[in-house]
Design a protein. Structure first.
Length: 367
């Protein structure tokens, strides 16, 4: 089968949507090496992350060749190029679809990750919210199938975009294959807590810091924060300074998947009480590394963490603190969350299973 992908994020984004695009191509090419995977992108940012995809077996890079370039080509010129290339199924990996695909004879799939601009509108400029809403609505209306990365996102899509439920399937977000490789050995390091993810108001790092204030003195471990941010990050840093907690919070530079895996492996726990997530990838990554998790009892986080992640009310620093304290003091509970969490994540988010689910969608549309 010849499958086309919107690969703009794969080659130009190095956080959430880009990671999802690269991991999706990785698991598909590993499980179904006989297919052709055509990667359409208006440009390529060449670095150590994107370079392997230029010569990846089974993949072919396509960039605009005519007068139309950039966003215009990705929106209005892509369909003609895919018809020329004999694409049978197109997959928009990041919430968007090119114009004109509906009547082209090419089957179409779009992945919707979340609707955070709807659920957390204060994080977005009104103009951006309007554009995102139009793009999501167009994609949902015109795609033959909609893939949501969690049941939570499916509920949001059905609520906000009025599409028939039969058109929507849930296929969980794949995790970087590095987390399924041989586990790392824990190093002999001082104990620490871990927060991994973008630092914005939706992800609730301030709630973690407030919970830390409430911890008993003998359990006041340092917090390592891995993730970029803007004004909200500065707000959290200001709060930390006002409370005299600077020595308890560390801000290392961004790191690659190998470095993050090492942090998960050695952390006492991941603390991730987000208010809203399309999926909650750090929760799964942590569990695959044998790292216990405290997360939220809302949104998609109960799906991501399953029955072995401790779930807290993200609006309650007291509840977050109580869950953190339990993991640090109850040895039996801690071991249960480590073993059960790793098994749950390994089975639920098995990359081979997810690849087969994706291919099943493509094959049904092609036939």
């Amino acid at each position: 089968m010849r499958i086309g992908f919107d690969a703009k994020r794969l080659f130009n984004n190095f956080t959430g949507l880009g990671n999802h695009s690269r991991t999706t191509i990785d698991i598909l090419t590993a499980e179904f090496p006989d297919n052709e995977y055509w990667l359409y992108t208006p440009k390529v940012r060449l670095n150590g992350i994107t370079l392997p995809y230029l010569g990846k077996k089974g993949c072919r890079l396509v960039k605009p060749e005519g007068v139309m370039r950039g966003a215009a080509w990705r929106t209005y010129g892509l369909v003609a190029d895919m018809k020329r290339d004999g694409i049978e199924v197109f997959h928009g990996l990041s919430n968007e679809m090119p114009v004109g695909l509906f009547h082209s004879g090419i089957a179409s799939v779009v992945t919707i990750h979340d609707v955070a601009f709807r659920t957390f509108p204060d994080m977005y400029h009104w103009h951006d919210r309007k554009i995102y809403d139009m793009k999501w609505q167009y994609a949902c209306n015109h795609a033959d199938r909609i893939i949501c990365i969690s049941e939570c996102t499916k509920r949001d899509v059905l609520e906000f975009y009025n599409v028939p439920e039969r058109k929507v399937e849930v296929i969980y977000q794949p995790v970087n294959p590095i987390y399924y490789q041989k586990p790392m050995e824990r190093a002999d390091l001082p104990p620490y807590l871990l927060y991994a993810g973008s630092v914005n108001s939706r992800k609730n790092l301030l709630g973690v810091v407030k919970a830390m204030e409430l911890m008993p003195k003998d359990l006041q471990l340092p917090l390592v924060v891995v993730g970029g941010g803007g004004s909200y990050k500065q707000k959290v840093k200001q709060y930390i300074a006002e409370k005299g907690m600077e020595s308890r919070v560390m801000w290392p530079d961004m790191m690659d998947a190998d470095g993050l895996k090492r942090l998960y492996t050695n952390a006492e726990m991941l603390v991730y009480p987000s208010f809203y997530e399309g999926f909650g990838l750090p929760v799964v990554e942590a569990q695959l590394c044998g790292c216990p998790v405290v997360t939220s009892n809302v949104s998609s986080l109960p799906e991501a963490g399953g029955p072995f992640a401790l779930q807290a009310d993200p609006n309650s620093p007291e509840d977050i603190c109580e869950k953190m304290t339990r993991l640090l003091t109850d040895t039996e509970l801690r071991q249960k969350t480590i073993e059960g969490g790793r098994q749950y994540a390994s089975e639920t988010f098995d990359p081979r299973k997810l690849a087969r689910q994706l291919m099943g969608v493509y094959e049904k549309l092609k036939n």
